[in-house]
Design a protein around this ligand. Structure first.
Ligand code: T46
Length: 189
């Protein structure tokens, strides 16, 4: 498994090895021992699968607050997305900064988004299947959300200037400047 760091400490790109042959390929997309050996021992308890019909759709930016904070391991099994993490750990030297990584079925790249980060993605193709593992269960009452197009964040989602397709919930999300993040840099609980 190849591991690449990003500008945000803790947000890492994982690319599992693919064994190709005349039939296609085989890949171990997650291996607890390999992750632990890489210092990424995470106890995932929930797998998610989101199918999105149209390109130009944005899901996010969301987090779940402690005690339901989630680390997420995101990958794409059909199509291509721009996967984005925003640092919302108070006291972090990269607080309010974002990183975007293209994930696709073609590359098999995965993004590890730890607790303490807002997460969202934009679909760059129609008919996108995104699957991701979480280290805590769904707890909607603990959810925090920020508008994907907040000017204070300045995220380039790779979907051009046209209106993004959003859920009503995401369209009503608040400003980053109004966020009272429950996360603090250096705290893991
Ligand atoms: C997240 C979630 C949702 N649901 C139900 C609740 C709603 O009836 C329906 C759609 O939920 P929502 O609109 O919150 O889905 P997304 O907009 O894709 O939300 C996700 O978007 C970004 C990318 C994230 O990282 C989070 O995992 C999550 O917030 O699925 C569940 O039953 N369990 C869950 O874990």
């Amino acid at each position: 498994m190849q591991i690449e760091t990003t500008a945000l400490d803790g947000v890492v790109i994982l690319t599992p090895r693919r064994f190709g042959d005349e039939r296609g390929f085989f890949s171990e997309t997650w291996n607890a021992r390999a992750m632990a050996e890489a210092g990424l021992a995470l106890d995932f308890v929930q797998d998610n699968h989101a199918w999105t019909r149209d390109a130009g759709t944005v899901r996010g930016l969301h987090y779940q607050a402690p005690p339901s904070a989630q680390d997420k391991l995101v990958r794409v099994v059909r199509g291509r997305i721009m996967d984005v993490a925003v640092d919302v750990r108070k006291g972090s030297p990269t607080y309010g900064q974002w990183t975007g990584v293209e994930l696709s079925a073609g590359t098999g790249r995965q993004l590890l988004v730890p607790r303490g980060f807002l997460h969202g993605y934009a679909t760059l193709t129609p008919d996108c299947d995104v699957v991701y593992k979480c280290t805590d269960y769904y707890a909607p009452r603990t959810e925090g959300a920020v508008r994907f197009d907040d000017p204070d964040l300045g995220i380039d989602w790779g979907i051009g200037p046209g209106a993004a397709i959003l859920s009503d919930k995401d369209a009503a999300a608040g400003r980053f400047a109004d966020l009272d993040s429950p996360f603090r840099y250096g705290e893991t609980a």
